[in-house]
Design a protein around this ligand. Structure first.
Ligand code: CAA
Length: 419
């Protein structure tokens, strides 16, 4: 994509690639096996100045954008999908602060996140509120100069490792559109504890946990944006910015698996020839590469649109998340196929790509939800396209919908019409 990326974009991409190749790739299998947070990898990312790429300079970051974030996530995910999300989830956690926080809240929390000294996570989902995010049950009740939180959060990525949590809770159960608020909850706040730690199929180096709140008193100054009732909007605006990052994780996984499949197919011999010389393998690789490249273009375009605050970024963000993560699943599955029996074995690197890819179709909105977002957008856009109806013939049928029969029907008394 020469010409599309600026010098700055490429600088971040190359920096992430250096960490991915030198530090992440050699450790990926170890942390997948151990299912432990790889602090040494986080430290390497922090040392390379990568932890605050998307945070404005005013708040201690590097002043890059969502496109820079995506380029870094792509490179890291090529080496390890778990590290891709470990990195991207700090952006997900800090976006609510960026879109809805006050200057005081941003100044207080973002600088330590930008250096990597502190980690942050995003607490929206619950056991019974996944795709239907607005139906959450955690409660926040105002009590003097505090809010008291009670309830649970599910599938909190980075939980336990993170120092700060953006937590969404019902602050006004009587309101329809201002029901939910977001709170900045610090690790160690009395009444807040980590619950079940999940044992996962993939992305095993990053913890996914339950969060429990029992009469947890959060200072009123930690209500995001200082005004209650904007939580759901802030969550949706956050996801518009974060979904290209998940798409980039899918892209990195697909691109990384494609690289492995290509070099393996060139080495593996069957029937007296490297399998890459067989047309069936070539067709697979060609289809995989085409999807990867298409995903890359869509993600970069969507990320740029987010950075430029273009209208209707929700649709583009959903499209790239949907396409790139479906691509990740398909390409990583095909890569395992190319590796054959060896691909299914844990001492080969490829099955991990397939396991890591699956979750990208599920979190930050299932791909069914992404299709819903895209379709809702199309329906809205369709309202401005009514002039096209002039070009579509309108059929009539006598006795059904021809104007004369409709007029007769309308004029007829009800008894006659039903007789
Ligand atoms: N930007 C700003 N506001 C938005 C918005 C957007 N993109 N989308 C919706 N809103 C506003 C609407 O304008 C509306 O506002 P009013 O009440 O003032 O009119 C309000 O939000 C409600 O909108 P909808 O009626 O469209 O909401 P809905 O209940 O139908 O839900 C949904 C829409 C798209 C399905 C949404 O619930 C959704 O995105 N669900 C998926 C949840 C999700 O992605 N969870 C991810 C959890 S985080 C995670 O997975 C991370 C991880 O582990 C790494």
């Amino acid at each position: 994509m020469a010409g599309f990326l600026t010098e700055q974009n490429m600088m971040w991409r190359d920096r992430a690639k250096a960490v991915a190749d030198k530090v992440v790739r050699p450790l990926a299998a170890k942390y997948d096996r151990l299912q432990e947070y790889p602090w040494e990898i986080k430290d390497a990312l922090a040392q390379a100045g990568l932890m605050g790429v998307w945070i404005p300079k005013e708040y201690g970051g590097s002043g890059g954008g969502v496109l820079d974030l995506c380029l870094c996530v792509e490179e890291l995910s090529k080496a390890c999908g778990g590290v891709g999300v470990l990195y991207a989830v700090n952006a997900l956690g800090s976006f609510p602060l960026l879109v809805g926080g006050t200057h005081a809240q941003k100044s207080r929390y973002l600088p330590a996140i930008a250096t990597g000294e502190k980690l942050i996570s995003f607490g929206l989902s619950e056991k019974f509120a996944g795709s239907d995010a607005a139906s959450l049950h955690a409660r926040a009740v105002k009590d003097g100069d505090h809010w008291v939180l009670n309830g649970e959060k599910k599938w909190n990525t980075n939980g336990g490792a993170a120092d700060l949590y953006t937590v969404f809770a019902v602050s006004d159960s009587n309101s329809k559109s201002r029901r939910i608020s977001a709170f900045l909850v610090e690790k160690g706040t009395p009444g807040f504890r980590i619950g079940k730690v999940e044992d996962k199929m993939g992305i095993r180096c990053v913890p996914v946990v339950e969060l429990h709140f029992e009469n947890c008193r959060v200072p009123a100054k930690n209500l995001l944006g200082d005004t209650p009732g904007h939580g759901f909007k802030h969550a949706m605006q956050t996801l518009d910015r974060a979904r290209p990052g998940v798409a980039a994780q899918g892209l990195g996984l697909a691109a990384g698996a494609l690289e492995f499949a290509t070099v393996y197919a060139a080495r593996r011999e069957q029937f007296g020839s490297p399998i890459i010389s067989f047309q069936m393998i070539q067709a697979m690789l060609a289809d995989m590469a085409t999807r990867v490249e298409a995903a890359r273009h869509l993600i970069y375009a969507a990320a740029k649109a987010v950075d430029e605050q273009a209208p209707n970024v929700s649709k583009l963000a959903a499209m790239c998340k949907l396409f790139a993560t479906d691509t990740a699943m398909q390409v990583t599955t095909d890569a395992v196929q190319i590796f054959g029996g060896y691909g299914y074995m844990k001492d080969y690197p490829i099955e991990k790509y397939m396991r890591d890819a699956k979750i990208t179709q599920i979190y930050e909105g299932t791909n069914q939800v992404q299709r819903l977002v895209v379709a809702r957008s199309l329906i809205k856009e369709g309202l401005n396209l009514k002039y096209l109806l002039d070009y579509i013939p309108k059929e009539t049928q006598q006795g059904v919908n021809d104007p004369d029969s409709l007029a007769r029907k309308a004029a007829a008394p009800p008894e006659t019409a039903t007789a």
